[in-house]
Design a protein around this ligand. Structure first.
Ligand SMILES: [Fe+2]
Length: 236
């Protein structure tokens, strides 16, 4: 680790231990503990996203105060994946973050930058990042959607929505429209397999490469495990 990276790491650790960061994190965690608990968006997700944001932020030389605050509050409003307002979740989280940040003592400039990063981080909302901190938060959140943890979170979300794991008649959607509300595997084809190549920063691209390979291997393995014989289960 270079001297600069070491200094960034020390700064990051100071921020994580600061009273104002602890305050906003405790508010975020309280929100996530409210029932119904969503395993794909629980406090362990927050821990992973904050940690990845710190790792990428150190390497890319980001403003860690803004980045870590945005990571802590990025899912402070969680809208279920199959809810019509899903694309508005990041806007709602950005708005909800403002008073939380203000009461913890973040400056007006910091509040604006943190809210902007939260607004722009979402995949569903389709915003382009306008700052390095937005770009890194987007990368850190996307990293948690791929690799082994991505598989687990996708299965948890599929179970929550009552989706099937796959379409037995057309696994990869060659002759039908992909629908990730009906089939978990479709979510890999529609979104997850694309993410590794869509990281904003070089650091995240390097972190994502192996996770992307794992997703492809998982999907190939899943397809080999489909039933070899057609078993009729429709009720007559
Ligand atoms: Fe998230």
């Amino acid at each position: 680790m270079t001297v600069t990276a070491e200094a960034h790491l020390a700064a990051g650790q100071r921020i994580l231990a600061s009273a104002r960061f602890r305050q906003i994190l405790s508010v975020a965690v309280e929100h996530m503990r409210e029932p119904p608990v969503d395993t794909a968006h629980d406090e362990a997700h927050l821990q992973r996203v904050i940690s990845a944001a710190l790792e990428i932020g150190i390497s890319e030389g980001a403003d860690l105060e803004v980045l870590l605050a945005a990571a802590a509050l990025h899912d402070v409003i969680n809208v279920p994946k199959n809810h019509p307002d899903r694309a508005l979740a990041s806007r709602q989280a950005a708005e909800a973050a403002r008073p939380i940040l203000e009461s913890a003592g973040y400056t007006e400039d910091e509040v604006v930058l943190v809210a902007q990063a939260i607004l722009e981080h979402s995949f569903s909302a389709g915003h382009a990042p306008s700052s390095l901190e937005s770009a890194i938060l987007q990368d850190a959140d996307r990293l948690d959607s791929i690799g082994a943890i991505g598989v687990a979170r996708t299965a948890a979300t599929a179970a929550r929505m009552g989706s099937s794991f796959y379409c037995a008649d057309d696994f990869s959607g060659a002759a039908r429209e992909l629908d990730d509300r009906l089939y978990m595997a479709d979510h890999f084809y529609r979104k997850l397999l694309l993410l590794a190549d869509r990281m904003n920063t070089g650091t995240a691209r390097a972190m994502a490469a192996q996770r992307g390979q794992f997703l492809k291997a998982y999907l190939e393995q899943l397809e080999t495990e489909l039933p070899k014989f057609q078993i009729e289960t429709s009720l007559s």
